[in-house]
Design a protein around this ligand. Sequence first.
Ligand code: 4NP
Length: 160
Amino acid sequence: MTKRKILFVCLGNICRSPAAQGVMQRLVDERGLSERFEIDSAGTYGGHAGDLPDRRMRVHARRRGLELTHISRRITIDDFDHFDIIVAMDSANQCDLLEMAPTREAQQKIVMMGRFIRFNLHYDYVPDPYYEGSEGFELVLDLLEDACDNMLDAIIAGKL
Ligand code: 4NP
């Protein structure tokens, strides 16, 4: 059985995308689907490479029972080949990914996380919490829990 390989991408790979990775990994584990998925994250900007997720994001995630241990890395050209679904958190990430993608086929793997947000009508993207307070991190986690659940349903239903 081939695994579906999902890569979540944001700017720094220390706030949104490692949180998305943690949220999605927990969902697939809870649904007994761990063997069927490979889930990772990366940033379009490499300035935080080698770092754990931002401490504020780790604190807020831990309150929801999630330990975020991913080590930040910049996306590579090989990622466009390896992963099946490449998920951008916002339109800047999407633009950067479209520019970096080596082929048309690779471009077609890029999807917007906002497409899967159901319960918050104000957002069609996942906003950067880096310069925000606690509520920014809580908002990101709320959006990601909703969107990951919906995305996993779409994948299982064969719609993605
Ligand atoms: P992320 O947040 O893209 O969700 O990981 C950010 C992390 C770092 C910076 C900006 C956003 N930065 O400017 O260093």
